[in-house]
Design a protein around this ligand. Structure first.
Ligand code: OAD
Length: 234
């Protein structure tokens, strides 16, 4: 089976009703990124940050995977698919994808404030636990914090993502503005022989690193319909 690696971003979930980050109406317009997505912001006002992610979790309960997520999951019938996502929602999982690398963490999990990546303290929340409060403590006595990789923090899953991308026979970039590193740099690890597709309704400026990119200028669901036809035509 050929290996298909997908790099997804916020645009993947836009049709499900999840806000993207950049651009008009994006989340970073409403909430200053320094306040809600940096370790400094968390140190300054943990309650505000915890509430911001509580709100994102509440939204998670109201949204469903869209046709784009579903088509990526369906491609597992013909390809060995790995999804490398910058998204913290669980819509790829809920659509049925089985191999997912969450580069920027997961909304449905919490971790220790002292040692965020210590697996002993990473906990999957049941939906009834989605409202984290100040005073909810991890077993090491620290406040439970959102299991999110914030700006300025290391991205522990990047090595695993690189190993996957290096082996890709087909690479797909979908719904990401390719502004945030190291995720955006993953294209550098794609073999020069590997076809690269990009699905986005807007123009994305990509440092293509010599790759010829097949651009499908459509929203995720329509773009995935077109790509599925292209990849499964033979
Ligand atoms: P952005 O908000 O930067 O980019 C979203 C992309 O999705 C843009 O290129 C849009 O054109 C595109 N888009 C919008 N609607 C779409 C649709 N219906 N179908 C397909 N594409 C659509 O989001 P990301 O690139 O994911 O990190 O941002 C990367 C990271 O920056 C995020 O993971 C987050 C953010 O700050 C952290 O919080 C650490």
């Amino acid at each position: 089976m050929k290996k298909l690696v997908v790099l997804s971003g916020a645009g993947m979930s836009a049709e499900s009703g999840v806000s993207t980050f950049r651009g008009a109406g994006g989340l970073w317009d409403k909430y200053p990124v320094e306040q809600v997505a940096t370790p400094e912001g968390y140190a300054a006002d943990p309650g505000l940050v915890i509430n911001f992610y509580n709100e994102r979790r509440r939204q998670l309960l109201k949204v469903e995977p869209n046709r784009g997520h579903e088509l990526i999951a369906e491609l597992e019938k013909e390809f060995d698919v790995t999804v490398v996502t910058q998204n913290i929602d669980n819509l790829h999982e809920r659509a049925g994808s089985s191999k997912i690398i969450h580069l920027h963490g997961e909304l449905t999990k919490v971790c220790s404030s002292f040692s965020p990546y210590d697996p002993r303290y990473i906990r999957e929340l049941d939906p009834e636990e989605y409202e984290i409060k100040l005073g909810n403590l991890a077993p090491d006595g620290s406040q439970y914090r959102p299991y999110i990789v914030w700006f300025g923090e290391a991205v522990p899953k990047i090595e695993e993502a690189i190993r996957s991308v290096e082996q890709a026979d087909i690479f797909l970039i979908i719904g990401t503005s390719m502004n945030v590193y190291p995720a955006a740099g993953l294209l550098n690890y794609v073999s020069s022989r590997t076809p690269v597709y990009l699905i986005d309704p807007n123009e994305v400026s990509v440092n293509s690193n010599g790759h010829k990119i097949h651009v499908i200028r459509k929203v995720a669901s329509e773009g995935m319909e077109e790509l599925t036809t292209l990849l499964t035509a033979k």
